[in-house]
Design a protein around this ligand. Structure first.
Ligand SMILES: C[S@@+](CC[C@H](N)C(=O)[O-])C[C@H]1O[C@@H](n2cnc3c(N)ncnc32)[C@H](O)[C@@H]1O
Length: 218
């Protein structure tokens, strides 16, 4: 079913070696992930899905912060999933975590994770790497329980950086196949409106990181 994915091999190429030092280096510039996790506040025994879970760093922290929740993660890179599986086992949360290989742009959670709806879905620094990110966010809303929420954290518009620094950063991000989504809040607002849901916006670190939250009514 997933044999034709071309984005997957690309992500594997990007992360094959990087995954070994990914968490140690990314903590300096994938900002806003911890505030996003703190804001999840799922129901006590609720379910949490991360789309593009990478090394599993966020799922481990979510597992610690929300100790009775069920955790789910998907990623299009088998290399990243291998690291995530190890990290999750080492953190002792393997019994309540389910990981699967999937393309966020066309995945059926019920088929691969055994669950159709989640109390919280989050996407951390992956909308900037997924070409079909708008469709992924739109579809994620359909997989929220009533009262559930989608949290997205990613690069902001960097508008407070000096122009030369912004240009340099964009160039550097391009090498990693990362495109900041400057229209994230507009798109989230449109998605929320169409789904009769509530959109919230949070600008952090002078616009370096943005968090978008879309909450479904209970
Ligand atoms: C920059 S990393 C972020 C990892 C993690 N979410 C974090 O915050 O540390 C982006 C992740 O998204 C995954 N990814 C990219 N495109 C994807 C897609 N179409 N479907 C699922 N995962 C995808 C990549 O393989 C990678 O693991």
């Amino acid at each position: 079913m997933f044999a034709k994915i071309e984005h997957g091999p690309l992500m594997d190429r990007v992360y094959r070696h990087q995954r070994h030092f990914y968490d140690a280096t990314r903590k300096y510039y994938l900002l806003g992930r911890d505030p996003m996790l703190a804001g999840l506040t799922p129901p006590t025994s609720g379910s949490i899905l991360e789309i593009g879970c990478g090394t599993g760093r966020n799922l481990v922290l979510a597992g610690r912060a929300y100790p009775k929740t069920s955790l789910y993660g998907i990623d299009i890179s088998n290399e990243m999933l291998a690291t995530a599986r190890k990290k999750i086992a080492a953190a002792g949360i393997g019994d309540r975590a389910t990981l699967a290989y999937a393309d966020a742009a066309k995945f059926e959670p019920e088929a691969i994770l055994g669950r159709r709806e989640f109390d919280r879905i989050f996407i951390s620094y992956a909308v900037s790497m997924i070409p079909q990110w708008q469709a992924v966010m739109r579809e994620a809303i359909n997989h929220l329980t009533p009262g559930g929420a989608l949290h997205v954290v990613d690069f902001g518009d960097l508008r407070d950086l000096p122009a030369f620094a912004r240009r340099g950063l964009y160039k550097w991000l391009e090498w990693y196949h990362v495109t900041p989504r400057n229209d994230l809040f507009d798109v989230a607002g449109e998605i929320a409106l169409a789904a009769n849901a509530q959109a919230e916006i949070h600008r952090l670190y002078r616009g370096f990181a943005w968090i978008s939250v879309i909450r479904r009514h209970a």
